[in-house]
Design a protein around this ligand. Structure first.
Ligand code: KIV
Ligand code: ZN
Length: 516
């Protein structure tokens, strides 16, 4: 039978404890609304005694977010529990979450209390919280480092006192999946009244094991998991909501467990949290990292195009993305290249394709990622080649604040190579003067513009020039990672248009015909 796991989101409480993350009450409310759309069962809105802002955030969420249970955290102290209850008073469904450390190290150094006192205080706190809410969760902080026998005693006592959920935190991320599984199994087997409460887990990621530990606990009887979007939280963070939820969905065959999360809302939720907290998601982060559904290797791209499941275990649409992305780079093959071109509306002949693919590979060697704009630039630059009169073979310039800018250019025309050099006001002007000498044409440069086509230091620059000659105006464009080369190509392409015969095919015209 498939068990329904309760998703307790603590992005707004433990997540906000992430160094550098601080949210205003209004921002917390915005995230809470998205969490409700995501379909989490419980939203822990904050720790009301900790600050007036947190109390206000919990209040606002309790007042306007309907659907999920709204929880607030409290130490096992009356003032904390009063503050949590007051902040939650308008909630449709509320939960008070009380905690008290139980491990020897916390008992001895932090609380300076013996086991009996801890037990008494925990029971008292749960009973006190029950005066405000029927739904009370108790967390024995640092449970994974607590003596199991004492932990069983605490769990049993707080359930008797009225706790409806008992959360087992791996507060310092010390647990190992097999060991944590055993701890949960031990609680399930040895606590006599365990059937009266749900066992929850709350794992930190100090050893990168928060998600494996949470899953091991689910497989051994935990019915609730506490987690955060993007895995943010104290120190190395908490178990990531999206990883747990998608693991349960993708590997339902193994866990026999489901959640109420609408997974198509995951991407939007992750982006909202990242934007509002300012905490960037690492690119290779499972599920929500920007590379999670991007394929770079040519072998993978080819496999994926033949059958998606060869290299994808979940559909990008399942997490709210539009499609997987084939990253065009030096490892990409022809299959992915053709697919992307056809997506852009280009249909090329075999020869055009061969040449364009060659140019793409040359560019990919210089540039990590080739974007759509790069491809368009290649094609616009490449396709009229058969009609081009002059083709750029070589360009070399020297310039500097103490040097006379000079350009040396080699062009080819009808299989012959021509070379010349000239000086100018700058390297671009020197190039244009050299081209004029070689082509024996002196058009007027009416306009020159340069823009970065893509992002990054290795971006391609695109130059567009407008030339006027004997009353005719033409534009030319050229692209390259070297802006001098792009400038020369743009000028030459305009010159070729001036010189071209009526049979010249307008590439742009052809493209717009494909995109009516
Ligand atoms: O990590 C922890 O132990 C906690 C508790 C308050 C649940 O965040
Ligand atoms: Zn925590």
């Amino acid at each position: 039978m498939v068990r329904r796991i309760t998703i307790f989101d603590t992005t707004l409480r433990d997540g906000e404890q992430c160094p550098g993350a601080s949210l205003t009450p209004v921002q917390k409310l915005e995230i809470a609304k998205q969490l409700a759309r995501l379909g989490v069962d419980v939203i822990e809105g904050g720790f009301p005694i900790a600050s007036p802002g947190d109390a206000q955030a919990v209040k606002m969420i309790a007042q306007s977010v309907k659907g999920p249970v709204i929880a607030a955290l409290a130490r096992s102290l009356s003032a904390d529990i009063d503050a949590a209850a007051s902040a939650l008073s308008l909630a449709q469904k509320r939960r008070i979450h009380v905690f008290l450390a139980t491990s020897p190290i916390h008992r001895k150094y932090k609380l300076r209390k013996a086991q009996e006192e801890i037990l008494r205080q925990a029971v008292w706190a749960v009973k006190y919280a029950r005066r405000y809410s029927k739904d009370v969760e108790f967390s024995p902080e640092d449970a994974s480092r607590t003596e199991p026998e004492f932990l069983h005693q605490v769990v049993e006592a707080v359930i008797d006192a009225g706790a409806t959920t008992v959360n087992i935190p791996d507060t310092v991320g010390f647990a190992i999946p097999d060991q944590f599984a055993k701890l949960i199994r031990g609680i399930m087997e040895r606590v006599s009244n365990i059937d009266r409460a749900i066992i929850s887990v709350h794992c930190h990621n100090d050893l990168g094991l928060a998600v494996p530990n949470s899953l091991a606990a689910i497989a051994n009887g935990a019915g609730q998991v506490e987690c955060t979007l993007n895995g943010i939280g104290e120190r190395a963070g908490n178990a990531s909501l999206e990883e747990i939820v998608m693991t349960l969905k993708v590997r339902r065959d193994f866990y026999q467990a489901s959640t109420g999360v609408d997974t198509t809302q995951i991407t939007q939720a992750s982006r909202l949290v990242s934007t509002l907290t300012g905490i960037i998601v690492q690119p290779n982060k499972a599920i929500v990292g920007q590379n999670a559904f991007r394929h770079e290797s040519g072998i993978h791209q080819d496999g994926l195009l033949k059958h998606r499941a060869t290299y994808e275990i979940m559909r990008p649409q399942d997490v709210g993305l539009r499609a997987s992305q084939l990253v065009l780079g030096k490892l990409s093959g022809r299959h992915a290249f053709v697919k992307r071109l056809s997506g852009l509306g280009f249909k090329l002949s075999k020869t055009e394709l061969d040449r364009a693919f060659e140019r793409f590979k040359e560019l990919a060697d210089k540039k990590k990622e080739v974007f759509d704009e790069d491809l368009i630039a290649i094609l616009e630059d490449e396709l009229p080649v058969t009609q081009q009169m002059y083709k750029l073979v070589y360009v070399h310039t020297t310039s500097g604040n103490q040097t006379l800018p000079t350009a040396t250019i080699k062009l080819s025309k009808d299989g012959k190579e021509l070379q010349d050099a000239a000086c100018g006001d700058g390297p671009v002007d020197a190039c244009y003067k050299t081209i004029d000498r070689l082509t024996k044409l002196s058009p007027e440069l009416v306009d020159y513009s340069l823009r970065g086509l893509t992002k990054g230091k290795d971006a391609q620059g695109e130059v567009v020039v407008k030339l006027r000659h004997r009353g005719i105006e033409v534009t030319g464009r050229g692209a390259s990672t070297d802006i001098i080369e792009a400038s020369a190509k743009a000028y030459l392409s305009a010159v070729n248009k001036l010189l071209s015969t009526p049979t010249r095919r307008s590439y742009l015209g052809r493209r717009s015909a494909l995109h009516p």
